[in-house]
Write a protein that binds this ligand. Structure first.
Ligand SMILES: [Zn+2]
Length: 320
């Protein structure tokens, strides 16, 4: 190390050592300036950082809101799907109830008793409504109404079969033939079925036989005759409630439902004829002709038998 170098070092040392405090206050040291600059930069940087953080927070909040909305949407979709699944299950249960109600009716000789076309239509609507719970509700209600109607009628038939409220041979015969499904009533208003007919059925009420009240005490009638006429009326019940099979069978009777109904009684009721003799006393009797004046032949009686074997409630698979 040279002396000059030592002197420089010394000068430098002298100059750097403050003689009093003034020197440091009046002239900030470089390091202070540098620190100041750094601080400012930090402050500026912090400001920028805050602005950036704010932007980030706002962005996050917006994302959270979006996510919440999506979750709500997903929840709503799940709720809707659950509702749809529940309705489908309810519809399936309602259909199962209907089938359980129909099963014991299969084989009864009234094909229109179970309105399959209507059930098929409801099932078709339900398929169209499979994503719309409120519409499915109506379809379920329609099915339940049909089921309830059948249950009520089956209960009434059981009751009807077990009793004979009118105490008449008319009712006893119709109960026996119809299994309780066919009711009858005496009409007191005169001639409900016209001047000639003792009894009649309206297509609007195909399970009800209206009987003229006068038949109860008419001296020209016997219970055997009332029985045969009840058979004739029951044939009308079968005609009304089996329209397709009947339309085909009627062709053998020149489309006359009355001669066909007479033929039913002649075919099914052993010993039945359309001509009767009713004793008045020991020496005289009434000659009474019942029905529509035509005794059907063997071929027509076979048509009746074939017709009877084709009648009745059948189980159908809806949607098949
Ligand atoms: Zn008739």
């Amino acid at each position: 190390m040279s002396p000059a170098s030592a002197a420089e070092t010394h000068e430098s040392a002298t100059a750097d050592v403050p003689l009093d405090g003034t020197a440091s206050r009046s002239r900030p040291r470089r390091s202070t300036v540098v620190l100041g600059v750094v601080l400012s930069a930090v402050v500026v940087a912090s400001g920028a950082g805050f602005a950036w953080m704010s932007a980030q927070l706002s962005d996050s909040r917006s994302r959270i809101t979006d996510q919440e909305q999506r979750l709500q949407d997903q929840q709503r979709e799940l709720d809707e799907q659950r509702e749809v699944i529940e309705r489908k299950e309810q519809f399936g249960a309602a259909m199962a109830d209907l089938y359980a109600t129909v099963d014991p009716l299969v084989g009864l000789p009234y094909s229109s008793l179970v309105p399959w076309a209507q059930i098929e239509a409801i099932a078709g609507r339900a398929w169209q409504h499979r994503w719309t719970p409120s519409a499915l509700d109506r379809d379920i209600l329609d099915l339940e109404t049909l089921t309830t109607d059948l249950v009520v009628r089956a209960d009434a038939a059981r009751e009807q079969a077990a009793t004979n409220a009118s105490g008449s041979v008319w009712e006893a015969t119709l109960d026996e033939l119809g299994g309780g499904w066919v009711s009858m009533g005496f009409d007191e208003s005169g001639r409900p079925c016209g001047l000639e007919a003792m009894a009649c059925i309206s297509g609007a009420s195909p399970f009800h036989v209206e009987v003229s009240a006068g038949t109860r005490s008419d001296g020209q009638l016997t219970d055997w005759m009332r029985t045969g006429v009840a058979y004739h009326e029951f044939a009308h019940v079968l005609q009304f409630t089996n329209p397709e099979a009947t339309a085909s069978a009627l062709t053998a009777f020149a489309d006359d439902p009355e001669t066909m109904a007479d033929c039913y009684a002649l075919t099914v009721l052993d010993g039945w004829t359309l001509e009767h003799e009713v004793p008045i006393d020991a020496t005289s009797y009434w000659e009474v002709r019942l029905g529509y004046g035509y005794t059907c032949d063997d071929g027509q009686r076979q048509v009746i038998r074939d017709w009877l074997s084709a009648l009745g409630v059948q189980k159908q698979i809806v949607g098949a």
